[in-house]
Design a protein around this ligand. Sequence first.
Ligand code: AMP
Length: 426
Amino acid sequence: MKKIKFQRATGTHDILPFDQKYFKKVSDILDDVAEFYGFGKLDTPIIEEAELFVKGVGADTDIAQKEMYALKTKGGDHLVLRPEGTAPIVRAYIEHGMMNRPQPIRLYYFGPFFRYERPQAGRYRQFWQYGLEVFGEDNPIADAQLIQIFYGILADLKIENVSIEINSIGDKECRPAYRKVLVKYLKSKASSLCVDCKKRVKENPLRVLDCKQEKCQKIKEEAPQMIDHLCLQCHQHFKKVLEYLDEIELPYHLSPHLVRGLDYYNRTVFEFFTTGPEGKSLALGGGGRYDGLVKLIGGKDVPAIGGAFGVERIIQIIKGGDFKEQKKPKERIFLAQLGDMGRKKTLGMVEEFRKAKISVSESFGKDSLKIQMARAAKVGAKYTLIVGQKEALDESVIIRDMDTGKQDTVKIVDATAEVKKRLKDQ
Ligand code: AMP
C-alpha cells in the first residue's frame, strides 16, 4: 500500500508542548492587565457571517477581496473563518445589548484568526491575535490610554525597543476633501504605480499609502498628508491625544501616511513596531478609532477604539529575549503501585492530592517498582507513596521519605492530610 504522509496545511503551524509556555505567558499577562483596567473577556465563534466582514472591514479591502476562507453551509449560509477580531466583537456588543448598558464597555479577546495570505516568514494563514476594544468613549484620553495599555503589555512581556507610529485619518467630514487632493496627486503619478494601486486610486485611494511595493512607497513619500486637511474637531482630537501621550512620555512618532488596511477606522490610527531578528523592523500590532462601525453593523451611534496584536510576532521576540519560564513547583510526591489493585487505589489518590494542591507524579504504565522508584528519584520527590497488593487490601499506603529511606504505613483516607502535614513541618 502507498504510504500516506500528511502535513499541516500551508501557512498554519502546530503549537507544540514546548511552545505552549510562550502562548500562556502572553495570555496570562493580557488577562492580568485586562483585569486591572476593567476589560471583560469575550470569545466570539471562529465562524461568522461573511457579510459582517464585507460590511465591517470594507468590500474593497484585501481582507474581504482576497483573504477570507469562505464556506457555504448545507443550509445555504455564507460563513467565513474570522479574519479579524473587531467586527465580531462589535457584532456581539450589539447582539447582547451592551449598547444599552452604562458606557464605556471594555472588552478583550485572545484567539486564532484566518487570512488566506501569501505565507512568508512571520506571516501565517492561521495566526493568533489579542485585542482590546473600548466602546462608548469619544474623549481623546481613551485613545491615549489604550495606547498606554498596549505599551504596558509589551513592557510586561519585556519587549524592548518598542516604537509607536501614530496618525489621524480624519473623519467623514474632512476625509472626502483630502481624498480628492490625494487622487489628483496619485493620478499624476499613475504610470509609476503598481497594478493593484492603479485600481486603488479609483476604489480606495487611501490604501495606496498602505502598499508595500517599493515603487508605490516612493510615491507615498511625496503624497499630500491627511494631517494637513483635518477638520477642526479632528485636529483638536488628535492634538489632545498627542498631548496625553507626551504627558505619559510614550515613545511615539508621527507617521503622516499611516492609514491601516481596514475601512472602519477614523481619526486616530496607530501601529507598534520593534526590532526583529536581523535588525529588521517588525510590526507587532495596531489599531485605531472606529466611531462609525457600531452603527454600520446595525447598532447605535457609539464611538469606539481598539487594536490587535500578533501573538506569533510577540513570541518570536520573547523567545530571543531573556524569557524565563515560571518554575513549576517541584513534584513533592510520587505515587508508586504494584499490581492491578494497587494501581486502582493510586488512581483515586491522584485526585485527592490535586484537590489538596499538592503536585504529584506517577508512572502508572510501569509495573516494576524499581523503575518507579528510579523515576521518583529523578523528579526529586520528597516522599514516595507505595500501594502494593497487601496495602490495597488493607486500604493503606506506605509513605517513604526519599532522603532518609524511612517508611511508615498510614490509611489511604489519611494519606493526603499526613503528607500535607509533613511537607508543612519541613
Ligand atoms: P492587523 O489585524 O492586520 O492590523 O494585524 C495586527 C497584527 O497582527 C500585525 O501587526 C501582526 O503582528 C499580526 N498579524 C497580522 N496578520 C498576520 C499573519 N498573517 N500572520 C501572523 N501575524 C499576523
